[in-house]
Design a protein around this ligand. Structure first.
Ligand SMILES: [Zn+2]
Ligand SMILES: [Zn+2]
Length: 237
């Protein structure tokens, strides 16, 4: 017996109704949408779980969380896994879950790609994230291959010297020092990945803010174009 005051065991139909309701809520949570546990609880007791109490339904939801956690699957953050789940019930829940399409975060799924992460998070912010996310204590590791370019330190040093510790994008002083020198990032206006050259006519010294702006900002094209106006040594490639 998995709840102390349960008078009779749960039928398959009852279990399945709980799981369907749970997965519906989980789908909403994974996609940044809100739901009311109490309303879903009431709906179940108005329907297939009419023999059960609110706390009994709540406990069943916690059982489902426990099984999902055992299976390393996402669960609803608001239903803490019930610790004392009977083996029989766990087995039955697992069987029903196996027959269901598990909700996924879809367009909001975790990702190892920085740009995708930012754009998914932006979409979530715009949509309105209403449920505090559960997080992941052990984020999965991935190894990726990246293409890097061999760059000449003389170009970097020269451009940094020309800038004299002042960002060529915004005119602000470098925010901190590295190796005892004002730190500016040297950015290739035509990116190396787009066959831009590693030369002083294609490189600018930028504060980290302006550098990020060049790579990520909504106005990155316009901002990049403005650099040619601000820095006379630049030659468009
Ligand atoms: Zn700047
Ligand atoms: Zn850059």
């Amino acid at each position: 017996m998995d709840t102390p005051k349960e008078k009779s065991g749960w039928s398959d139909r009852e279990l399945e109704a709980s799981i369907d309701a749970y997965l519906k809520m989980l789908d909403r949570e994974l996609n940044g949408q809100t739901f009311k546990k109490s309303i879903e609880n009431q709906l179940l007791r108005d329907g297939p779980l009419s023999k059960r109490s609110a706390s009994s339904v709540e406990y069943r939801m916690q059982n489902i969380s426990a099984v999902l956690e055992q299976m390393s699957l996402p669960r609803i953050s608001g239903y803490m896994p019930a610790k004392n789940i009977g083996a029989g019930v766990a087995q039955r829940i697992r069987k029903v879950l196996a027959s269901k399409v598990m909700p996924s975060a879809g367009e909001f799924a975790p990702t190892s790609d920085q740009r995708t992460l930012i754009s998914r998070a932006s979409n979530l912010q715009k949509k309105g994230l209403k449920v505090e996310p559960l997080g992941n204590p052990n984020p999965q590791q991935v190894s990726t291959t990246t293409t890097s370019y061999v760059r000449d330190p003389k170009i970097r040093a020269w451009v940094a010297e020309l800038a004299k510790g002042v960002c060529e994008g915004c005119g602000q002083k470098a925010p901190f020092e590295v190796d005892g020198l004002p730190f500016l990032e040297v950015h290739h206006v035509k990116h190396l990945a787009q066959q831009g050259s590693d030369s002083i006519t294609n490189a600018v010294a930028l504060c980290p803010n302006c550098h990020r702006r060049c790579h990520l900002a909504s106005d990155k094209e316009a901002f990049t174009l403005s650099l040619y106006g601000k820095v006379s040594r630049l030659v468009a490639e």
